[in-house]
Design a protein around this ligand. Structure first.
Ligand code: SF4
Ligand code: SF4
Length: 392
């Protein structure tokens, strides 16, 4: 009979508590949570087993546990727990710890895990964009220059070709590379004993990825499954609409960014597709951008309202939750305000707010691998893994 050696880590339970799972010790292993979870499979359901691993300090078990990534954080288990042990928060804290330790450089993960690190996270892009501004102001001889025709054009300071495009491209591809390495590590952690044997035909991972993206992103079908769980007797705020708004706004804004980049760079070769920035409000790509911004604000408002309404005795909101909501709010508000100030011809606030907008957008992209948004990528990888190899 195979033996498994338990390797308790006395610091682990404390770290889980610090990361948001303070209620862990209340659990008396009744398993109500596993029955209440609408997502848990019949064999080896979660989150009861994770509660005992966390209280015993079994860090290794969490590293190789795909189940923590299958959880949708709906909070049904926490609502039904007779002890108020908040298993949903414990799973959420465990996920945060896994990707905090998984992603290099670890110092960013440390800053990202509490409000104390915010200052450093902010200062890096604040200095970067200030240097860009100062250099350009030194060349221009003005901090707030106007274009030759008198308009406010942010490119007069934050020149797209030599500053915004290369800085954001490097940041984005750097974040993608860091996440790729983390996903590889996560994938290896799921198979600690080596590659799993799969009997029978197996689809290529790309087909599984398409299935996962269809269910999780395009249709948000899994959110319905999650909310179809047992009736808790308590009002549960719908997460699907806010989440769907947010995801679709990201899709639209990513498309707009790609279209503008294509129009700008491609337009140098094919003048017919050239896009001039700033775009007029009636230009189709600009209309799409503003629809994306509106969806973003609506999604943020719904998700923020839901978090504010949560009963902290049952389902809490950790720093990771508020950091992501906060940074997206700041990106959205500074983006809209900089457009408003530009249209109102208020040059000083327009440039100041646009500078802050660049800082917050950089924070959103650069810290993506350590943030709750990176969780989307790790979760997708785990879901593809489960479809390919099953759960161990
Ligand atoms: S978390 Fe709550 S419901 Fe789950 S096993 Fe522990 S006490 Fe029971
Ligand atoms: S939060 Fe929802 S999906 Fe996650 S374990 Fe609890 S009931 Fe299941």
């Amino acid at each position: 009979m195979a033996q498994y050696t338990l390797k308790p880590d006395s610091d682990f339970a404390r770290e889980i508590a610090q990361a948001g799972g303070e209620s862990l010790k209340k659990c008396y292993q009744c398993a109500t949570c596993s029955v209440a979870c609408p997502m848990a499979p019949v064999n080896a359901p979660y989150p009861r087993k994770e509660m005992i691993w966390a209280s015993w300090g079994l860090r290794d078990k969490f590293d190789s546990d795909v189940d923590i990534w299958l959880c949708h954080n709906c909070g049904n288990c926490s609502e039904m727990c007779p002890r108020g042990a908040r298993p949903a928060d414990v799973l959420s804290a465990a996920r945060n710890m896994v990707y905090k330790n998984l992603t290099e450089p670890a110092i960013v993960g440390k800053w990202m895990s509490s409000a104390g690190g915010l200052k450093n996270l902010f200062l890096i892009p604040a200095v970067l964009w200030f240097v860009v501004w100062a250099l350009r102001a030194a060349i221009n001889g003005q901090w707030f220059p106007r274009a030759a025709d008198g308009r406010i054009v942010f490119g007069q300071i934050f020149y797209g070709d030599y500053t915004i495009d290369p800085i954001f491209m490097l940041t984005f591809f750097g974040a993608c590379f860091i996440m790729y390495r983390s996903v590889r590590k996560l994938w290896e952690m799921f198979t600690p004993q080596g590659r799993m044997l799969v009997i029978g035909p197996r689809k290529n991972w790309i087909f599984h990825l398409v299935d996962v993206l269809w269910e999780e992103v395009v249709t948000h079908k899994k959110f319905d499954d999650c909310e179809d769980g047992p009736v808790t007797g308590k009002p549960t705020q719908n997460r699907k609409t806010g989440h769907a708004f947010l995801v679709w706004s990201f899709v639209i804004l990513a498309f707009v960014t790609a279209a503008v980049a294509m129009g700008h760079w491609g337009g140098k070769i094919v003048p017919a597709i050239h896009i001039e920035t700033p775009m007029p409000l009636s230009f189709p790509v600009k209309i799409l951008a503003n629809i994306g911004a509106l969806l973003l604000i609506c999604g943020l408002a719904l998700l923020t309202w839901r978090r504010v309404q949560l009963d902290p005795e049952r389902l809490g909101s950790g720093f990771y939750d508020w950091y992501l909501l906060g940074i997206i709010w700041l990106v959205a508000v500074t983006g809209i305000l900089s457009q408003c100030f530009r249209l109102a011809d208020s040059i000083v606030p327009a440039f100041m707010v646009y500078y802050l907008h660049l800082v917050f957008v950089w924070m959103l992209f650069a810290y993506l691998p350590w943030s709750k948004l990176g969780h989307f990528v790790y979760r997708t990888a785990a879901l593809v893994f489960v479809r390919m190899y099953g759960r161990s």
